[in-house]
Design a protein around this ligand. Sequence first.
Ligand code: ADE
Length: 246
Amino acid sequence: MRIDIVTLFPEMFASFLDGSLLGAARQAGIVDIRLTNFRDFAAGVHRQVDDRPYGGGPGMLLMPEPVVSCVEAVQGEAGPGRVLMLTPGGRRLDQPLVEQLACEPRLLLVCGRYEGFDARVREALAAEEISIGDYVLSGGEVAAMVIVEAVTRLVPGVLGHEESARQDSFSGAERLVEGPQYTRPREFRGLEVPEILLSGDHGRIARWRHEQAVAATSRRGPARPAPSSPDSSPAPFTAWSQRSPS
Ligand code: ADE
């Protein structure tokens, strides 16, 4: 699998990509991950990549030309691939989507910065927008790392023990989260390992684990809470340091 990451901050990825599992998978040629800085595709001596939004508003937006030219250049090397832009408003990443992405031969991850991308980037690249959750990061780099880690661990040969990926939370037909797990010692500060796990009865253990997983899943509640009405929504965020003493 080849993954290209297009970013203004390639240096953020250094230790992440060289880390244990991913570093070994790259060395073994199982995954090929490449970084390209779209500032290298910006015009002028200042290599400007951002500008003020039309219509006014705070902050700066990424200009379409450097991002689109960069992605097109990367596509020219190894085909179009599936282009994913990291944005807080995109489709929420979940395990079924991760599984789908893990079947792609080639992904291109485009990381935003500032207040986001000019809207024409998505259209010009026929890209999908992906969010890793309903909160705002300062850029798409950490979100791209989340996608790389979640996707590559499903690529055969990366984990080295494929069964553990099949048993992960959110995997399998029921998409349950994992129940509690225990290792040695049998007793820790008065807390005992459940007796059933010591019984050696694999049928009963499997049933117990399934019950625990069902219970853990239902404790988490629905995947997305119903939108609250404006009068029941919490007060707008104010940082601790900005609050007036009460
Ligand atoms: N960029 C900024 N916030 C993001 C989020 N939540 N997911 C993906 N990309 C982002």
